[in-house]
Structures are given as structure tokens and as C-alpha cells.
Design a protein around this ligand. Structure first.
Ligand code: SF4
Length: 417
């Protein structure tokens, strides 16, 4: 049996003396099945040493498949993040959990010409300025991952709705998780499947660039060539690098192993492979001022676009400095524009598109079914009318609950129980 999202290994808990089938799920998550359980299906089962996605059973295939899938479903409840060790919830086609309504996972449609797609939560860095508080030392207690096919199908349906309303609709899809997209082992499948949807104008991948390597960029470049027409590149990489100084980089990216030179090398390689690459540093006033200037210089030399991000303080993020106001930020950009002769102030207009229906409005009292915790154990995710709703500080653990909608902004639903 071969799986796209699962990889197998044998592991041993030396303390307990138990052997396990270690199942790596979408690259960054895992669960373990006691080997004795797998041997109960077929004591002669084997793993393919040349293909970690394959497990080989020597008995009747149909029977083995049925029993093995049952084991997978059973132990999937123990899914965890490899990075944080957090319990992880898997959203898939048969899970009965909609992909709309939550800020941190699934699909966000604001009724513009841009849709955000979030296939997972988890990050391999720990940036001191992370607006969503992700990373190896995150305080968040639950992680999430979405089935690739489910994400593409739901996005495709949403695009159909928009095109039905206006056949000329063209949408930019931003793969912009609360975390690092290249931790999702099927990211290339996801990018290709999204880019092939007719209504998709382009696909932006928002990344720190740390997990990129030449092989991944070669594969992205192949996909780009296949899906792009008339030299209009469909794939775009937005790489967040905020300093070239190794010492400062390790400090602000929150990880000793962070190497800005690797990221620079990948930026140069992606450009060589004709993937449009945009540098997106975060400007931390008083921390990386000189570094931002060096990055502007670098972008000029390499003919790259640069989009400097304003640091915004966030209740659930990490806030190393006080937030500056937009006027001061824009003034600074204008100053650098003059100094470096490079356009830095963003002027692009956001287009509109038919928005996914919002079944609730503020103050509606609804009945919803509690499904699981949100990013924190104290919060709950409930479902009603094909939308997820986050109920912060909800005491109830399961079952139906009455809740009052407190916010519907951007199709993200919050309620109080
Ligand atoms: S800012 Fe981005 S790269 Fe840094 S910790 Fe947060 S999600 Fe990860």
C-alpha cells in the first residue's frame, strides 16, 4: 500500500521495550502504532527501503488494506506535531469540519481578488516579532493540518462561485499559514493543483526560505513552467528575511541555527530559475534599520522586488518593540526611496470578487456543535451552517451549545458561549 501523505519507519521505545510503526504525517506530524498491532494483520509485513511511503503486506490485499486503514484511523487520534509535541487535529474530506470560519487554518475569503490558504499550523523558527506567536517555543497548545485534496476541492468550489457571479474573475491565492508552508510535505502538490485552477491568476508562497533547497526550487520551477502561460509567471515566492547580519538574524528569528546566507543563496537560485521572488523584511524600528537598508541595496543589485513589512503589535503575537504608526512608517519608506532610488511604498489596488455567503451576523444567537479545542485548550471550535466558529474561553467540552456571534470580520467567526 502506498500513501502520498504518510511515511513509515520502525522506532523503539527502549524504556518500555516496545517497538512501533512510526508514521510521519504530512512531514511535520506523527503518530505511532505498536508493531504488535501491525503484526496482528500480517506478521510478515515489510517496509519498502526504497520508498518510505509504502508498506507491504503479504496477505490478501483487500483484507490487509481494510485492517490497516482501521489502525490508521484509530491511532490518528494521537496525532502530534514533531516541532511542538502538541496534539494535532486533522481536517479532511470526511471529518465534517468546514474549512471556512477560522483565522488560523483553512481558507479565508474577504471578497477581494486575493484568497488566503492555510494548510497547517507550525513553524520551525521562533521570530521575536511573530504576529501570530508561532514557532518552536509557541505557547499554543493545539496544531492543525488539512488534507491536500480537501483544501483544493473547497477552494475550487469557492472559485466556481466567484466565476459564476463574474466570469472574468481572476484570483491571487496566498499560501499564508500561521507557520511555515514548507513544513507541509505536500506543498508542491498543493501549489500545482491550485495553480492549475482556471480562475487562479497566481500563487504566492509566503515563507522564511529556511527550508528551501535547490531540489525544491527546481521542482517549483518545473511547476511554474507547466502552469504559466505567455511568460506570465504564476508562482511567486515571498521570502521574509529581515537582516543579513548573522548575529542579529539569530536573535530576531529566535533560532541559533538560522542562517541568512542560506536564505540569500535560495533567493538568488530561485531568481535564476525564473521564479518571481519578493523580499519581505519586517522593519523593527531601532533594531534592524541598517539591515533593512542593506536588504534594499541587495534587492536593487539583484533586480528583486522588496516589500517592507510594518511591525504590528498583536495580542496573541510576540511584541519586542512598541508599534510605530503608519504615517511614520510611510515617511521612513519615502526617505529610503529617495536614498536608494527604489520604489518601496506599496500602491497596488485590491480588486473585488463575489464573497462567500456569511450565514451569521454580529449578535446572532446560534446553536452550534462543539468539535474540538482551538489553538488553546480553553477555546473551542464549534460548527454550524457549514462554518467553523471559535468560542474563546468556552467551558463546555462537547455537544451542542448556544452562542452569540461577536465578530464576522473577513468571514472569520467568533462567538461567546
Ligand atoms: S514570523 Fe513567520 S517565520 Fe517567524 S515564527 Fe512566525 S510564522 Fe514562523
Amino acid at each position: 500500500m502506498e500513501f502520498k501523505s504518510l511515511e513509515f519507519n520502525i522506532s523503539k521505545d527502549t524504556e518500555k521495550g516496545i517497538e512501533y510503526l512510526y508514521v510521519s504525517f504530512y512531514g511535520s506530524f506523527y503518530f505511532k502504532i505498536p508493531l504488535s498491532e501491525v503484526r496482528r494483520i500480517d506478521k510478515h509485513f515489510k517496509l519498502n527501503p526504497k520508498n518510505s511511503n509504502e508498506i507491504i503486506f503479504t496477505i490478501n490485499q483487500e483484507k490487509a488494506e481494510k485492517k490497516f486503514m482501521f489502525l490508521i484511523q484509530r491511532f490518528m487520534n494521537e496525532l502530534k506535531s514533531k516541532i511542538t509535541g502538541n496534539k494535532t487535529i486533522y481536517l479532511h474530506e470526511n471529518s465534517d469540519i468546514p474549512l471556512f470560519g477560522l483565522q488560523f487554518i483553512g481558507i479565508i475569503d474577504k471578497g477581494t481578488d486575493m484568497i488566503e490558504v492555510k494548510p497547517l499550523t507550525s513553524c520551525n523558527l521562533n521570530c521575536s516579532f511573530c504576529s501570530v506567536g508561532e514557532g518552536v517555543k509557541t505557547r499554543k497548545q493545539i496544531d492543525f493540518v488539512v488534507e491536500e485534496e480537501y483544501l483544493v476541492d473547497e477552494l475550487s468550489e469557492l472559485l466556481d462561485l466567484k466565476v459564476k457571479h463574474d466570469p472574468k474573475t481572476k484570483i491571487s491565492v496566498w499560501i499564508n499559514p500561521h507557520g511555515e508552508p514548507f513544513l507541509y510535505s505536500r506543498l508542491l502538490d498543493l501549489v500545482k493543483d491550485i495553480a492549475e485552477l482556471t480562475a487562479v491568476k497566481d500563487v504566492h508562497i509566503i515563507t522564511s526560505g529556511t527550508l528551501l533547497n535547490k531540489k525544491i526550487i527546481d521542482d517549483l520551477s518545473d511547476i511554474n513552467k507547466k502552469v504559466s502561460k505567455n511568460k506570465n509567471n504564476k508562482l511567486k515566492l515571498s521570502i521574509s528575511i529581515s537582516t543579513l547580519n548573522e548575529k542579529i538574524a539569530k536573535k530576531i528569528m529566535g533560532l541559533n541555527s538560522y542562517d541568512p546566507n542560506h536564505v540569500l543563496e535560495m533567493i538568488e537560485y530561485a531568481t535564476k530559475k525564473e521564479i518571481e521572488t519578493i523580499i519581505t523584511p519586517v522593519y523593527l524600528l531601532g533594531v534592524n534599520d541598517n539591515d533593512i537598508e542593506q536588504l534594499i541595496d541587495f534587492s536593487k543589485k539583484h533586480k528583486l522586488k522588496i516589500s517592507i513589512q510594518k511591525f504590528c503589535s498583536n495580542k496573541f503575537g510576540r511584541n519586542p518593540i512598541k508599534e510605530t504608526n503608519w504615517e511614520n512608517f510611510t515617511e521612513k519608506l519615502k526617505e529610503w526611496e529617495k536614498l536608494y532610488g527604489k520604489e518601496l511604498v506599496q500602491t497596488g489596488e485590491i480588486g473585488k470578487s463575489k464573497e462567500l455567503e456569511r450565514p451569521f451576523k454580529k449578535d446572532d444567537v446560534i446553536q452550534a456543535e462543539i468539535k474540538f479545542s482551538g489553538r488553546f485548550l480553553r477555546d473551542k471550535v464549534a460548527v454550524a451552517k457549514d462554518r467553523c466558529i471559535l468560542i474563546p474561553n468556552c467551558q463546555k467540552q462537547t455537544g451542542k451549545t448556544k452562542a452569540t456571534i461577536t465578530s464576522t470580520k473577513y468571514g472569520v467567526y467568533l462567538a461567546k458561549g
